[in-house]
Design a binder for this molecule. Structure first.
Ligand code: TYD
Ligand code: MG
Length: 460
């Protein structure tokens, strides 16, 4: 057997170095290099002899192979890009306790009910613990096979023996390849184990779902290469305090990456939430100062979310800007535009922003709504009842058009909103049942929404 050679792999970027160094030469991170033993013998699953592939004209390649497995939950199918793709390797990441094992148990039960046998390998919990959870979830299906094992060879042997329709590995950090000396959860182990599962998935067409833990910084533990290796990366997020859980695709070789699935956690596990706007709206405060409703698009679906802001006086030198659900840089930019173009003095104000329901807004279409919540605070007046705001803010204070205006407006109308503040010229013709207020810039929007109130805290 050839002598195994050693490289050093960066935990952050996955870059390789031949020598150890305190700083990664690729991404400049400190103290992130870990020793990685390169195995020279082929790490191919045992007993599988793969014929050499030959080049073929692209026109003769069959368009699609085996069909996707469509699950019971539309919310899951949408994020996966239409179901579970044969031979795909899917990584499901999330913080401890967010519900990854619960979600995959639901998925496994649904697959088992549609006549696909499932092998659920758990290195995290005992088979009894997993069974207890499955009882709560109504997931006791005979086609669902449990294997409490973290030895990768044993898992691959079981796959070869029972030929399941789906493999779940919970979690990739607890799996170890006995051919490597490194500890379970180390970069070498996570990378090598994922590589072997990947080859097995591609060669056999078996879909594999991996649970991945998330580090304090929010990345899936193990090198970033893990995310490069797999076909699909899904993150399950949500505030533990709230019931909502959002499954977000950040990478998907088989579908769009901006899709989300929404679930709610209850005593009997997760339920899909097909109409999240209804749930979010039910919790909304009725036209309080400092709030605005914005129809944002999450993937292909419009979602009505409530943005709240609060200003409080701060005579000190350190101003606080806190945001939940909005990108911090975006908030700083919008506050600067509100100060300069909206003539609102925030020099001695702390600003707190929150997006209700634990939703994270990734769209600039919410800019105008957020800016109006700040103005609403300063004027101490709510936006008129039944109003939504849609528009991106430019640095000059201009309100810009955003994509899919009709979809946003019709969702707002469907939910009983009657009025929309929108960029000038954003809709041609009628905007359905909604009355629209077209604005060119932020100053115009503020003047239109808060006309009769005495201006306080206004600069110049
Ligand atoms: P789990 O799926 O074990 O999380 P992860 O695998 O991401 O670490 O879910 C753990 C949490 O979910 C736990 O705090 C309890 C809660 N939970 C419920 O509220 N209801 C349920 O039916 C189940 C199974 C879990
Ligand atoms: Mg778990």
């Amino acid at each position: 057997m050839p002598k195994p050679s050693t490289v050093f792999v960066c935990r952050e970027c996955g870059g390789e170095s031949l020598r150890w160094a305190g700083q990664c030469p690729h991404c400049q991170a400190w103290n992130t290099l870990e020793e990685f033993t390169v195995r020279k013998e082929a790490g191919r699953p045992r007993g599988v002899e793969k014929p050499r592939a030959r080049p073929q004209p692209i026109t003769e390649i069959p368009a699609d192979g085996a069909p996707r497995l469509v699950l019971e939950w539309g919310e899951l199918n949408r994020v996966l890009g239409g179901g579970v793709v044969p031979g795909s390797l899917v990584l499901v990441g999330g913080e401890p306790g967010v519900g990854k094992s619960t979600l995959l148990m639901h998925l496994a039960a649904q697959a088992a009910r549609s006549q696909r046998s499932v092998l659920y390998a758990t290195g995290e919990e005992s088979a009894q613990q997993v069974r207890l959870r499955a009882e709560r979830l109504d997931a006791l299906e005979p086609g669902l096979l449990l294997l409490a094992e973290n030895d990768l060879d044993a898992i691959l042997d079981a796959v070869a023996a029972i030929a399941p329709g789906i493999l779940v590995v919970d979690s990739i950090q607890t799996v170890f390849d006995p051919g490597l000396e490194a500890a379970a959860g180390s970069v070498s182990q996570v990378r090598e184990s994922t590589g072997r599962l990947m080859r097995m998935a591609k060669e056999s067409g078996l879909p594999v779902l991996l649970v991945g833990h998330v580090t304090k910084e929010g990345a899936i533990a193990g090198p970033r290469v893990l995310e490069h290796m797999v076909d699909t990366v899904l993150y399950l997020e949500g505030e533990r305090r709230l019931d909502f859980r959002i499954l977000r695709a950040t990478k998907n070789r088989f579908g769009a990456t901006d899709e989300i699935g929404i679930f709610a956690m209850g005593d009997d596990g997760l339920h899909e939430v097909e109409d999240p706007s209804a749930v979010l709206l039910a919790e909304m405060s009725k036209s309080a100062p400092g709030t605005a409703v914005v129809p944002v698009l999450e993937g292909t679906r419009p979602l009505l979310v409530e943005i709240q802001s609060l200003l409080s006086s701060n005579e000190g030198v350190m101003l606080r800007r806190t945001a939940n659900g909005i990108d911090m840089n975006r908030l700083h930019m919008i506050l600067a535009v509100v100060e300069k173009r909206g003539n609102i003095n925030l020099a001695q104000k702390d600003v707190f922003v929150n997006v209700a329901g634990g939703i994270r807004i990734t769209e600039t279409a919410a800019d105008l709504g957020l800016a109006l919540t700040i103005a609403s605070n300063v004027r101490n007046a709510p936006l008129p009842d039944g109003t939504v705001a849609i528009g991106e803010l430019g640095l000059a204070g201009e309100v810009r058009r955003v994509a899919q205006m009709e979809r946003r407006l019709s969702e707002a109308a469907r939910r009983g909103f009657t009025r929309a503040i929108i960029p000038r010229g954003a809709v041609s013709g009628a905007a359905g049942p909604l009355r629209t207020v077209e604005v060119r810039d932020l100053a115009e929007a503020i003047a239109s929404e808060f006309p009769r109130h005495i201006e306080s805290g206004v600069a110049s």
